[in-house]
Design a protein around this ligand. Structure first.
Ligand SMILES: CC(C)(COP(=O)(O)OP(=O)(O)OC[C@H]1O[C@@H](n2cnc3c(N)ncnc32)[C@H](O)[C@@H]1OP(=O)(O)O)[C@@H](O)C(=O)NCCC(=O)NCCSC(=O)c1cc(O)c2ccccc2c1O
Length: 264
């Protein structure tokens, strides 16, 4: 069993429970977090005792607030990793490719890359205190891959554009009305509800579920190519003066000034 610093990994019954465990940073991910999430998802894939995977965040404030903007403001990247790579694109593909249903138990704020993670999960159950949104254009980032294209499949073009262009936070009731989440429950019931869904899934044919997941994915698998392109673009953009201004403004708790970057 690998030892983890940024996440916890547990198996209860036939459910693997993966928890992002950086509450001091509102469960924002750095390179190491992403690397550990990949190991955990691969472990759950390989474990024949696991029928479904629950992804959640530690504490009651945040599910995941995306990339660690403070780390980015300090070092210009998301910090060191064993592989030397920041593998968020591979994590996105893995959540889709693991042939077992992934349930997001959204226990608080899901924003930026954290919002993208729940969107990519097969199912989302939210605490009624959870909030949802994208933040990239406010902090010098964007996800022009699954984070925008697949989001538009889930909520429709107009709503996806609103979410990205305005960077607002939406409450759980709105998220449910928009089809972003399957169910909303009181915070105290969230994990039990997710486990109950996982137990219900565990009674079903794993082979049927595997084929169904692959079939649902097939229609949007071309977005993986778009995601590769988007991550290459993002790597360049987040190191540009415009991208760095967004991260610096967040870390310095001031509004970003992107005025110099408007192009004709
Ligand atoms: C999440 C918030 C809306 C919460 O606001 P609130 O007012 O409730 O709380 P605070 O702002 O006081 O935050 C509490 C505490 O947590 C720290 N924190 C919150 N979010 C982050 C974060 N993402 N990184 C680091 N630290 C965070 C915050 O600083 C406070 O700590 P103090 O010690 O200072 O008190 C609000 O916090 C917010 O808007 N957060 C930022 C959300 C955000 O911009 N996320 C990142 C978007 S970019 C991204 O996710 C991303 C994803 C990718 O996949 C990429 C891939 C490749 C390259 C780049 C990528 C990328 O940038």
């Amino acid at each position: 069993m690998p030892s983890y610093e940024d996440i916890t990994y547990d198996v209860e019954g036939r459910a693997a429970i993966i928890t992002i465990n950086r509450p001091h940073r509102y469960n924002a991910f750095r390179g190491r977090t992403v690397e550990e999430l990949i190991k955990a998802f691969r472990g759950a894939w390989a474990d024949t005792g696991v029928s479904a995977i629950i992804l959640t965040g530690a504490g009651d404030k945040a599910f995941c607030t995306g990339g660690d903007v403070k780390q980015r403001a300090e070092t210009g990247d998301y910090g060191p990793t064993e592989s030397g790579m920041f593998e968020i694109g591979n994590l996105h593909k893995l959540i889709r490719d693991v042939p077992k249903p992934v349930i997001a138990a959204v226990n608080g704020i899901a924003v930026g890359g954290g919002h993208v993670l729940h969107v990519l999960c097969d199912l989302s159950i939210a605490a009624d205190t959870a909030t949802f949104g994208q933040a990239g254009p406010r902090v010098g980032s964007f996800d022009a891959g699954f984070g925008s294209a697949y989001l538009a499949r889930v909520v429709g073009e107009k709503r996806a554009r609103e979410i990205w262009y305005l960077c607002r936070q939406y409450d759980a009731a709105t998220a449910q009305q928009w089809g972003l989440v399957n169910a909303v429950v009181p915070p105290a019931d969230l994990l039990d509800e997710a486990k109950a869904w996982a137990a219900e899934i565990a009674e079903k044919s794993p082979t049927a579920l595997r084929f169904l997941k692959q079939s649902f994915n097939a229609d949007t698998d071309h977005q993986a190519g778009l995601s590769n392109l988007a991550m290459s673009a993002l790597d360049l953009f987040t190191k540009s003066p415009e991208g760095l201004e967004g991260a610096a403004a967040f870390a310095q708790k001031r509004p970003a000034d992107f005025g110099a970057y408007v192009k004709a």
